[in-house]
Design a protein around this ligand. Structure first.
Ligand code: PTJ
Length: 249
C-alpha cells in the first residue's frame, strides 16, 4: 500500500484514490469492516454518476444541516468504521464548530473495533468519544446499532448519521429526534426518511458543513431557523436523482 502523500494531487482520480487508500488503511487498522469496503464501492458508483462533485442542492443541504446542528440543544455526530477511516479529523472539526458530541455506533460492533475507532478519533484531536458505555438502547432496534450512550445519542435532539441503514434512521425518528443523513444514494431508505438528506460524498460533505457552521457562528436563532425551514428535502432528493439520471431541470 502506498502512503497517502504519494498519491499525486493532480491525478484526475485523486479523490477516489485517496478515499480507497483511507478505507484500505481503515481495514488494516481494524477500524473499517470488510462490509465497509463493499459500502464504499457502492458509494463510489453513485459518486461517479453525480460527477464526483457537490451538486448545488447538496450544498444547500449541507448549509441547512450546519444550521440545524447549531440550533440543537444536544447534537451528536454518529461515527461508524467508514466515517472514522475517511474523515476522522474532519468529524472532530465539525464537532468543534457546532458544539456536538461524537459517538461511535457500529453495525458490526466488537469491543476491539469500538476501541480502535475511539483511539483513532482521539489521535485526530477528539477530546471525548462516546459510545463505549452503551448504557441505553434505541427502542425497537434489536441489532448492535441499537446500543447507545444514555448521555449521547439516547439524549440527543439532533443526530448526524452518515452512511446509515434505514432501520436506525426510522427508529431514531420514532424517538422524536431530528436526523441528518449523508448518503450518496438518493434512493436509499435513510435519506428518503430523514429531515435533511445530504446526497454527497462524506469526504466533501463534512468539511463543507464545518465551513458553513463557522460562517453561521454569529447568526441569530431566527436566521438559522429560516435556513432550516427554507430547505426543500423533496427537491434535494429529486435533484440528486436527476443528476444521476442526467436529466436537466
Ligand atoms: O462500521 P459498521 O460496522 O457500522 O458498518 C458500516 C457499513 C457501512 C458497513 C454499514 O452501514 C452498511 O452496510 O452500509 P450499507 O447498507 O452498505 O450502506 C452504505 C450507504 O452509504 C450506501 O447507500 C452507499 O451509497 C453510501 N456511501 C458509501 N460510501 C459513501 C457513502 N455515502 C457518502 N459518502 C461515502 N463516502
Amino acid at each position: 500500500m502506498t502512503d497517502e502523500g504519494e498519491i499525486p494531487e493532480d491525478h484526475p482520480r485523486y479523490q477516489s484514490l485517496l478515499t480507497r487508500h483511507r478505507i484500505e488503511e481503515g481495514v488494516e487498522k481494524g477500524i473499517t469492516s470488510k462490509q465497509g469496503l463493499i459500502a464504499e464501492g457502492r458509494g463510489e458508483s453513485f459518486d461517479y454518476l453525480l460527477g464526483e462533485e457537490t451538486i448545488p442542492s447538496a450544498d444547500e443541504a449541507e448549509r441547512a444541516a450546519a444550521a440545524q446542528l447549531l440550533l440543537a440543544e444536544h447534537a451528536v455526530l454518529s461515527v461508524n468504521g467508514n466515517v472514522a477511516a475517511l474523515v476522522p479529523g474532519e468529524i472532530v472539526e465539525l464537532a468543534e464548530a457546532t458544539g456536538a458530541d461524537i459517538e461511535v455506533n457500529l453495525f458490526n460492533r466488537t469491543d476491539e473495533r469500538m476501541q480502535a475507532i475511539a483511539d483513532h478519533l482521539r489521535e485526530h484531536g477528539a477530546e471525548t468519544v462516546k459510545g463505549l458505555t452503551a448504557d441505553a438502547r434505541i427502542p425497537g432496534l434489536e441489532h448492535e446499532r441499537g446500543k447507545v450512550d444514555e448521555d449521547g445519542i439516547y439524549a440527543a435532539d439532533v443526530v448526524l448519521v452518515p452512511l446509515e441503514d434505514g432501520d436506525r434512521a426510522e427508529a431514531l425518528a420514532e424517538m422524536g429526534k431530528t436526523e441528518l443523513v449523508i448518503d450518496l444514494n438518493p434512493l436509499s431508505r435513510s435519506p428518503r426518511t430523514t429531515a435533511i438528506p445530504i446526497i454527497d460524498n462524506l469526504i466533501r460533505a463534512v468539511p463543507n458543513m464545518t465551513a458553513y457552521a463557522r460562517d453561521l457562528a454569529d447568526a441569530s436563532r431566527e436566521e438559522l431557523k429560516t435556513i432550516v425551514t427554507e430547505f426543500d428535502r423533496e427537491k434535494a432528493l429529486e435533484d440528486a436523482e436527476n443528476a444521476i439520471r442526467d436529466i436537466e431541470d
